[in-house]
Ligand binder design. Structure first.
Ligand SMILES: C[S@@+](CC[C@H](N)C(=O)[O-])C[C@H]1O[C@@H](n2cnc3c(N)ncnc32)[C@H](O)[C@@H]1O
Length: 203
């Protein structure tokens, strides 16, 4: 159906046209059906550079939803991105949005498979528009890597997420950040506090 964002995005996805997806749909009124944030090519370059500098070779995204961001991110940066979700029953039901990567499901109590994923060397942990404080802390406690990415709304956007970009996270410090286009959404990259600037390049 013309004007249906879901079908149009699916067509572009089949043709691997990630740039057309973000350029055409970043301010579409129904964009949240598939994804909350549509970063630009420049945003992906920023993230890629951060991850290269911090020696990360893969990303685990928690609460990835449809996985559209994760698919686009892996296409745009060349870095593999896996996505974790809860509620497998919902994501398999006919009313659920389409999925763009194979989702990894976990029960509320994080299971062994996900703990193994969180222990893989050179992994960055990502939360985009996540909204579950206790779960965020649980994942972070199980994560053994040094890089954390929080994507979400800045102050004044009128949307609540937990965690928010720029908020203080115990034992982590803000490394670099960039606004997603001019959307008042932000990509905030944190590093583990025990790692001083520059040390990463040598581990
Ligand atoms: C607001 S949506 C954001 C989805 C996607 N990241 C985006 O930006 O469009 C938050 C997602 O987090 C998922 N979620 C909530 N609690 C979770 C948990 N404990 N583990 C994994 N995912 C969780 C929800 O199912 C939901 O899909």
């Amino acid at each position: 159906m013309e004007g249906d964002i879901v079908n149009s995005v699916l067509e572009l996805y089949k043709d691997s046209k990630w740039r057309d997806i973000v350029d055409r749909y970043h301010d579409h009124p129904e964009r949240n059906k598939l994804l909350w944030v549509y970063p630009s090519g420049e945003n992906f370059q920023f993230l890629k550079q951060c991850l290269e500098d911090l020696l990360c070779t893969n990303i685990v995204s928690i609460g990835c939803g449809s996985g559209l961001l994760e698919w686009i991110m892996s296409q745009a940066t060349g870095i593999p991105v896996s996505g974790v979700e809860v509620d497998g029953a919902w994501w398999h039901c006919k009313y659920a949005p389409p999925t763009f990567i194979p989702l990894l499901f976990t029960p509320m109590e994080i299971d062994k498979e996900i703990i193994t994923l969180l222990s893989k060397p050179h992994t960055a942990l990502m939360f985009c528009y996540f909204n579950a404080r206790a779960a965020f802390e649980n994942y972070l406690n199980k994560f053994s890597g040094n890089v954390l990415i929080i994507i979400g709304p800045g102050e004044g956007k009128g949307v609540h997420t937990e965690p928010r970009p720029f908020e203080e996270v115990d034992n982590w410090k803000l490394y670099k950040w960039q606004e997603v286009r001019q959307s008042r959404d932000f990509i905030a990259v944190y590093v583990r506090e025990c790692l001083r600037n520059g040390v990463m390049k040598h581990i």
